[in-house]
Design a protein around this ligand. Structure first.
Ligand SMILES: [Zn+2]
Length: 259
């Protein structure tokens, strides 16, 4: 079924559904769960995750670097959305950038802008531009509401209904799983389409923030050479060559998008 017919169907049921366009790619998407609910639950889970993890202190240079680059990408995203009258997309967001001492090669962003970067992935990062690749990609997942969208498709719907009717802690766990928040339940696999969309949006933000998008290519090459043991970032194992080729093809189009 097409998104537009799903939207009319949803309207017919007067359900909590809205249709919106993803920034940069302008893809039409359906979302079911009120973003505010999802953000509240993400925050609870994020706080819990941090309490159970070895979070680097604010004076650690790695932590400072993640916060600095993350904030620059976030500011670029806000300015992108402001110019296009899309600030509503990040209503209720509470940006946080934390680094955990963990050798896993991973990074993620929960709905609402709650970011975690693992020291394992920082080992592959040489330049701030490469770090900006990660931050741009993760921030893009949240702004594009990929977690919410996933829930609006298939399996997540049942969970979403449960949440709207009254949340149990089990609903909460399931919800966060569908929303892309992997902790005890394992890391969510975003679809190839979501991955590709986040790559593109992230590249636009990194260029706006003054970073060189060409470093996204070197970063993904290193990730590929690392063997791809990356639960979120290489989630559905799109072929590394395809991902890198797509990025190379997209870079010359960024200026046009920013006009
Ligand atoms: Zn991703």
């Amino acid at each position: 079924m097409k998104v537009s017919s799903l939207c009319s169907l949803a309207l017919a049921f007067a359900f909590v559904v809205s249709c919106a366009k993803v920034p940069v790619t302008k893809r039409k998407q359906l979302k079911l769960l009120p973003e505010k609910n999802l953000i509240d639950m993400s925050k609870t889970s994020y706080v819990q995750f941090l309490a159970e993890s070895k979070v680097l202190p604010d004076n650690d240079p790695r932590s400072q670097r993640v916060k600095q680059v993350g904030n620059k990408i976030k500011d670029a995203a806000i300015s992108f959305l402001t110019k296009r009258n899309q600030l509503k997309r990040i209503e209720n967001f509470e940006w946080q950038f934390n680094t955990v001492n963990d050798p896993t090669v991973n990074a993620w962003c929960m709905p609402g802008g709650f970011v975690v970067v693992y020291t394992g992935i920082l080992k592959l990062v040489e330049t701030d531009d490469e770090l900006a690749t990660i931050m741009g990609h993760e921030i893009a997942h949240a702004i594009a509401r990929h977690g919410n969208e996933r829930m609006s498709q298939g399996l997540g719907v049942q969970v979403a209904l449960g949440v709207l009717q009254g949340t149990t802690s089990e609903d909460n766990q399931n919800l966060l799983y569908y929303a892309g928040v992997g902790s005890q339940l394992g890391i969510l696999k975003f679809s190839r389409m979501h991955e590709s969309e986040s790559d593109k949006i992230g590249l636009v933000y990194m260029k706006m923030a003054g970073y060189d998008p060409n470093h996204a290519v070197t970063f993904w090459q290193k990730m590929a050479a690392n063997g791809g043991s990356v639960p979120e970032l290489l989630s559905t194992h799109p072929s590394d060559e395809k991902r890198i080729k797509d990025i190379q093809e997209f870079i010359p189009k960024i200026d046009e998008i920013l006009k």
